[in-house]
Design a protein around this ligand. Structure first.
Ligand code: GLA
Length: 395
């Protein structure tokens, strides 16, 4: 029996023990890795994420009252309870805010929509139990996967029929308005709508998306730097604000609407930090579309160049990398040459590096990390060889 099957069996036992009877259903939502296109989603740009084979499962059963009970197995079995009519932020149990926020946003959306008012009334309480295997705080979107799994569980329990895009919007809203992180929509959308063995090119302006199969020979290797991610939220929100200020300078709703030519024309007029932030976003959008094409044609040389340029831009212009992440990327890029791509992935300030390599080079990546990372940084990295999996609403 695999460790996941054992965990699933233990989860059902824990559910019965806590709530007195078995679960009615389970909802599963994956975490994500972003191949390229970071800090572009909240600028209405392009991203190229993949849903990975790590995720969050929510076991659920309806209740006849308005109480939501939640147990988090990975938090030592910690339990919270709240009423549907009184959902407030919980300072003490921070993980619970992703559940609270998602359910609150779901109820508000149903109440606001005339067609859905009856469905809002039909939503009752639930007993929930959560477990997962995404390393928390590593930048692989454990929180987005929790939001999407909770929304899918509530939608299935009460027959609400919400779709993947709606769920992604609600998850993002919960994070923005309830939890207080101004994230974009990438993580929630790929967790909801990822596909087996495919990457998604998402246009965050109109939420249209296309998939590209990962070439047979390509493997995604994620290296978790295990750098403690401090200041992530405040620095993230600051970057977003700087991008908004830059867009305002151009008198445009977002940096998506600013061309490279327009940017170059204002060098020296736009304050230099804002200029560099804008240069990252504008150039990253172009790289992301090009990477989608390079992926489709399995052009490793192109992938390698584009991912390297993306990393440099995030390091020098957007300033969201750390020395440990830069070290990992540099040492791997040197070893892989033009036979694979490597860059930081996600929000930054620690977290993970993604390498896209032909199968035969997985071992090169593993050996390089083992040989150099700890000696040079004092930290131990974890290496995950991942596959692309279906999102919660594509299962
Ligand atoms: C975090 C956010 C995403 C996105 C990335 C950076 O993961 O949640 O919305 O902005 O950072 O690309």
């Amino acid at each position: 029996m695999s460790s996941l099957t054992i965990k699933a069996a233990r989860a059902e036992q824990a559910f019965i023990l806590a709530y007195g009877s078995g679960s009615e259903l389970q909802a599963y939502a994956p975490g994500r890795v972003n191949l390229i296109g970071d800090h572009t989603d909240y600028n209405q740009g392009f991203v190229l994420p993949v849903a990975i084979d790590m995720g969050t499962t929510v076991l659920a059963a309806k209740r006849s009252d308005n109480l939501i009970n939640v147990i988090a197995m990975d938090m030592g079995g910690e339990r919270v309870s709240f009423r549907l009519e009184q959902i407030t932020f919980d300072e003490a149990v921070s993980w619970s805010n992703y559940v609270r926020g998602s359910i609150l946003c779901l109820l508000q959306a149903l109440r606001l929509n005339d067609h859905d008012k009856d469905r809002a009334k039909a939503v009752g309480g639930a007993d929930l139990l959560i477990h997962g295997n995404i390393p928390q705080g590593s930048g692989l979107s454990s929180s987005a996967s929790l939001e999407i799994a909770v929304l899918k569980a509530m939608s299935d329990l009460y027959g609400l029929g919400i779709d993947g895009v709606q769920a992604a919007k609600l998850g993002q809203q919960a994070e923005n308005e309830f939890v207080g992180c101004n994230c974009g929509i990438m993580d929630q959308l790929i967790s909801a709508l990822g596909q087996d063995n495919r990457a998604m090119l998402l246009d965050c302006r109109d939420l249209s998306y296309r998939y590209a199969a990962l070439p047979d020979d390509v493997v995604m290797v994620i290296i978790n730097s295990n750098v403690q991610r401090d200041l992530v939220e405040s620095e993230y929100n600051l970057r977003r604000q700087q991008c908004d200020e830059a867009a305002e300078f151009f008198d445009r709703p977002s940096l998506r609407d600013v061309s490279v030519e327009r940017l170059c024309a204002v060098e020296g007029q736009l304050e230099s930090t804002l200029y560099r932030r804008a240069r990252h976003v504008i150039s990253e959008n172009a790289r992301t579309e090009r990477t989608f094409d390079a992926l489709k044609s399995a052009d490793f040389q192109r992938l390698s160049q584009l991912m390297s340029a993306s990393h440099a831009s995030l390091r020098d212009d957007f300033e969201v990398t750390t020395p440990e992440i830069d070290f990992l990327v540099a040492v791997l890029a040197e070893r892989l040459g033009c036979e694979g791509g490597v860059r930081m992935t996600g929000g930054g300030f620690g977290g993970c590096v993604i390498a896209l390599v032909p199968k035969k080079h997985v071992v090169t990546v593993e050996e390089t990390v083992a040989e150099h990372y700890q000696v040079n940084t004092g930290l131990t990295a974890d290496v995950y060889v991942c596959s692309a999996q279906a999102g919660a609403f594509n299962r």
